[in-house]
Design a protein around this ligand. Structure first.
Ligand SMILES: NC(=O)c1ccc[n+]([C@@H]2O[C@H](COP(=O)([O-])OP(=O)(O)OC[C@H]3O[C@@H](n4cnc5c(N)ncnc54)[C@H](O)[C@@H]3O)[C@@H](O)[C@H]2O)c1
Length: 253
């Protein structure tokens, strides 16, 4: 029997990268998965791959920064599967490593809209469903930039610190109602994430990569999905409000 047998899980940003690996791993552990992304092509490819492998999956095109989309994400999931047990707030974008003096309003706004407001919208929509169901589990995708100050640009660092804060707030306020909320803080994971960065701020990048030689190795998407399985399953039943660094000890230095 899988570790997430009969659970219904929504994973945002699961058309590619870490989110896709988490959705696939959850499905392999018996969950019915809801693939959510604003990239329609990636979304359909992931859903088709999962179905071909014999898993139960649906896809919903959602921009997590848009309230109606996030409401649709939760409503359609309940309509299709009758419930939601797990929400993974994974969708996120980078900030081109912009240091404070070079922050562009447009970049700041996009990072806040997706990485912070997007997470809030997911939480706000899913918590009433969890309360009605008698509980649920949330896994937020933070970053090592949410625990340290010098690994990203200003906007990304601020946004991921906000994710860590929201994680603690939910655990604190809703823990007594059987809702758990934990986060993962990866260092560098090989995905298409870096390729989405354009016009990278040279100074910001130079500072953010200081000490990179101390990172023993890059993480794999499976390293992160293993943690996401643990945090979604009953194996972590006594853990709430925690952000786990997934960085091979880099930030422990
Ligand atoms: N890759 C890394 O090194 C790394 C390190 C630390 C944290 N993270 C975090 O992990 C998460 C996933 O990153 P990844 O490396 O898999 O990135 P990725 O770019 O490979 O995949 C992200 C997916 O999210 C989707 N997405 C982006 N914005 C969206 C939105 N507004 N609405 C819906 N879907 C959206 C994209 O279309 C894409 O399919 C992000 O929150 C990122 O900040 C990544």
């Amino acid at each position: 029997m899988g570790r997430l047998e009969k659970k219904v899980a929504i994973i945002t940003g699961s058309g590619a990268g870490i989110g896709k690996a988490i959705a696939t791993h959850y499905a392999e552990e018996g969950a019915k998965v809801v693939i959510v992304d604003f990239n329609e092509e990636a979304l359909h490819t992931t859903v088709n791959e999962l179905k071909k492998a014999g898993h139960e999956a649906i896809g919903i095109k959602v921009n997590v920064a848009v309230e109606e989309d996030v409401a649709k994400m939760v409503n359609e999931t309940v309509k299709t599967f009758g419930r939601v047990d797990i929400l993974v707030n994974n969708a996120g974008v980078g900030d081109n490593m912009q240091a404070a003096e070079n922050v562009k309003d447009e970049t700041w706004q996009r990072v806040m809209d997706i990485n912070v407001t997007g997470v809030m919208r997911g939480l706000r929509q899913v918590i009433p469903v969890f309360l009605a169901n008698g509980g649920g589990t949330i896994v937020n995708m933070a970053s090592i930039s949410g625990l340290t100050g010098g690994r990203g640009g200003l906007a990304y660092t601020a946004a991921k610190h906000a994710v860590v804060g929201m994680t603690k707030n939910i655990a604190s306020q809703y823990g007594p109602q059987n809702i758990r909320c934990n986060a993962i803080a990866p260092a560098h994971v090989e995905t298409g994430f870096a390729a989405t960065m354009t016009n990278v701020d040279e100074f910001g990048m130079q500072i953010a990569t200081r000490g990179l030689n101390l990172l023993p190795k890059a993480g794999t998407i499976q390293d992160i999905s293993n943690i996401a399985i643990f945090l979604a399953s009953e194996e972590s039943a006594y853990i709430n409000g925690v952000t786990l660094a997934a960085d091979a000890g880099w930030s422990a230095y």
